[in-house]
Design a protein around this ligand. Structure first.
Ligand SMILES: Cc1ncc(COP(=O)(O)O)c(C=O)c1O
Length: 398
């Protein structure tokens, strides 16, 4: 069987591979601590569930406009005005099957062989793979934990070439949880301003920042760049709607028109029911967001403190999202079966087999030596899971 050449360079998602192994263990009766997952464990707000039921009752069962139903696009514009400090019009909005799909549509519309796409690492796994799928080249710009996992303006400037087609920026970040301050973002935007490429801002975790940190959209900070800026967001994280699959892109009109064409020849439209649910999410009561944020902040504090109490593990305090990104190189050399732990993948598989903790090795995100622990689970589970890690590590140390 011959597959398309474009797939040769593409890696399957390691995040999903880890969840599959964890699912296998679970099926065999093992109580697995699910620190690998990338989704809130909360339920969507009641208004979302009610709106979906109502939509079904009203017979909402047909295709919608390709880029989404008009009231949802209007609500997304209103959300941008309230939360992101800029005023797009509905013609700029493309509602997609999750934010990942918005990014994929953008990749189809923008990237081609010969293009370079700048991606700071550690990065969310799908960014480079989507770029590769289009035959373009991801250019990874490394960041360091000592710098809070933030890319400096100088590092960005050094990576730009005449072939640079776009910069994909994610703040707060998956996997590090790092969030740029407005001043840091301004410094980056200064560099973008001097170039001639697209800025794709993945703001899916914008509502999940802690300690009162001010998360500002690049759209607000650089209105002069809006003719080459795309804002990607969605319902998955903010409203705990991962399975409903609603995301969106807000782009300049000519690009939005291209996205309409791309989507019109692929998915046609996201589920009509889910669009009505997302409309209720955006226009209904918003208290659930701050409740979720407070819970995540408390869980973050527990997760980071507990991880730092595991000998050989070191974890900085992330500013946002729901991931702790821990340096696990201190575990290298521990005996494990026939061999010794020698990589972050070994650490992750050791933790899964010996502590029944599912977490994702940092190599998948371009940061070998680190492991990502999601704290989208209860404080009790976090404490029990990390205690199990401590025991496994102590047993291995002998
Ligand atoms: C950084 C980032 N962007 C986009 C997505 C995709 O979100 P969605 O569920 O809306 O496709 C995720 C989900 O994990 C993510 O972590």
């Amino acid at each position: 069987m011959k597959l398309a050449a474009r797939l040769h360079a593409v890696q399957p998602s390691v995040t999903l591979a880890m969840s599959a192994r964890a699912a296998e263990l679970r099926q065999s009766g093992t109580d697995v601590f699910a620190f690998g997952v990338g989704e809130p464990d909360f339920e969507p707000p009641d208004a979302v569930l009610d709106a979906a039921r109502e939509a079904i009752g009203k017979g909402v069962s047909k295709y919608t406009a390709v880029t989404g139903i008009a009231p949802l696009k209007a609500a997304i514009c209103d959300h941008a005005r309230r939360k992101k400090g800029f005023s797009p019009v509905p013609e700029q909005v493309t509602v997609t099957v999750g934010a990942k799909h918005a990014l994929f549509n953008l990749a189809i519309a923008l990237f081609e062989p010969g293009d370079e796409v700048l991606i700071p690492s550690p990065f969310w796994v799908s960014y480079p793979e989507q770029v590769r799928m289009m035959g373009a080249e991801p250019v990874i710009v490394p960041t360091r934990e000592e710098d809070g996992w933030r890319m400096s303006g100088a590092a960005l400037a050094a990576a730009v070439t005449p072939r640079t087609k776009a910069l994909i920026l994610c703040t707060p970040s998956n996997p590090t949880g790092a969030a740029y301050t407005p001043a840091e973002l301004r410094a980056l935007l200064e560099v973008v301003r001097a170039g001639d490429y697209w800025l794709i801002a993945d703001e899916i975790y914008a509502e999940l920042s802690y300690d009162g940190a001010s998360i500002r959209s690049v759209a607000e900070l650089a209105p002069d760049l809006l003719d080459r800026t795309v804002i990607v967001d969605g319902g998955s994280t903010t409203y705990a709607m991962t399975g409903w699959r609603i995301g969106w892109a807000i782009s300049p009109r000519p690009l939005a028109k291209a996205l309409d064409t791309v989507q019109g020849q692929s998915t046609t439209n996201p589920s009509a029911i889910a669009q009505h649910a997302a409309l209720a999410a955006l226009t209904g009561p918003q208290e659930a967001i701050s409740r979720m944020r407070d819970a995540f902040q408390a869980r973050r504090d527990v997760m980071v403190a507990e991880l730092n109490a595991v000998p050989g593990v070191r974890c900085r305090v992330p500013e946002g999202a729901f991931y702790a990104f821990a340096d696990c190189r201190g575990l290298y050399g521990l005996p494990w079966g026939e061999k010794r732990i020698a990589s972050d993948e070994d650490v992750a598989f050791f933790l899964l087999e010996k502590a029944h903790v599912a977490a994702v090795p940092g190599g998948a995100f371009g940061a070998p030596g680190y492991v990502r622990f999601s704290y989208a689970t209860s404080e009790e589970r976090i404490r029990a899971g990390v205690a199990s890690m401590r025991q496994a590590v102590a047993a291995a140390r002998g």
